[in-house]
Ligand binder design. Structure first.
Ligand code: CO
Ligand code: CO
Length: 320
């Protein structure tokens, strides 16, 4: 989006927008860098408290994806104050505030405007050591890829909205969707992480491709290892989809191939946009099994090895 604008020329801007990374990183002292990120979303569910929690976890995730700790958060609120009860807004903010507290960060303010449809998220400031930044551009041939949460939130949210999926079925997985990526990041920092990002709007294939592009490598994704939330495939089979699938597929066109036989619905899951998705982490193959075991030990039970990095002439994704 910012391509074509004059790039900033500041040696302390350690991570800017040129590499499609999760957040900006700015060195303020030799041993301290600040992480800045902002994100807001429309309600994935009707329940305002869950909306607040999921939106906040989604915003905080980009700090974790960089290997940092969140310090402060500001609310971004768009709300139809004449159409919706203010109690609804209170519940959204309570959800956000509870997640920020869970992250051991401080809610420090925010800004709200009237809008036709509610939107909510956070601007988050975090910190880390400038030598320990995790980017999406360090993956190396011989690395294994680990994903920490299942996929399929996009189609499930839509299916609930259209009546194909009963709310209790969706409600059952909301705690996992709203889970912070904090634990996943903390455990990973004990390993030699070469690259890290979180899986969000572009889907697993799109975010793996960003990593491949940033790192100048090929990613082989093991389709049968990918974990999907219950009912996600079934919702595609019932004709549900998302507004992002087509665009996500178009963005990746020419940069990927199916090396295994999967139905159109199974392939659609590769492009399903995630809200508050898991971390995608590249570590040396020799450390991968141990990292997955440690993640499971620490409560990140859905962590799984989903691919490997192979040398390539150009960034590419092969689904095998
Ligand atoms: Co991100
Ligand atoms: Co983001």
């Amino acid at each position: 989006m910012l391509k074509g604008l004059e790039a900033p020329n500041d040696p302390d801007l350690l991570v800017g927008y040129d590499t499609n990374d999760d957040a900006a990183v700015y060195r303020v002292a030799p041993e301290i860098a600040l992480i800045s990120t902002v994100d807001y979303i429309t309600p994935p569910v009707n329940d305002p408290y869950w909306f607040g929690q999921i939106a906040a976890a989604n915003s905080l995730s980009d700090v974790y994806a960089m290997g940092g700790n969140p310090l402060t958060a500001l609310n971004l609120v768009m709300f139809p104050s004449k159409k919706l009860d203010m109690g609804f807004l209170k519940e959204i903010l309570r959800g956000g505030s509870d997640k920020v507290r869970e992250a051991d960060a401080s809610m420090a303010g925010g800004h709200s405007v009237d809008d036709n449809e509610p939107k909510y998220g956070l601007a988050v400031t975090g910190s880390l050591h400038p030598d320990r930044i995790l980017t999406n551009s360090g993956a190396q041939a011989g690395d294994a890829l680990i994903l920490t949460k299942p996929l399929g939130t996009g189609v499930l949210f839509n299916a609930n909205r259209s009546g194909k999926l009963a709310y209790p079925e969706l409600e059952a997985i909301l705690p996992q969707i709203a889970e912070l990526n904090r634990k996943a990041m903390e455990v990973s920092l004990n390993y030699d992480v070469h690259a890290s990002t979180d899986v969000t709007g572009f889907g697993i294939l799109g975010h793996a491709l960003e990593m491949a592009q940033g790192s100048h490598v090929q990613v082989d994704l093991f389709y049968d290892n990918l974990a999907f939330y219950a009912n996600a495939l079934m919702m595609y089979q019932k004709g549900e989809t998302t507004g992002s699938n087509k665009a996500n597929r178009k963005l990746a066109a020419g940069f990927w191939e199916m090396g295994t036989n999967k139905s159109a619905e199974e392939q659609a899951l590769l492009f399903d946009p995630q809200t508050s998705g898991g971390l995608l982490i590249a570590v040396p193959d020799s450390q991968a099994d141990d990292l997955v075991a440690q993640l499971k030990n620490e409560g990140v039970e859905t962590a799984v090895r989903v691919g490997e990095i192979v040398p390539a002439e150009r960034p590419y994704i092969r689904v095998v």
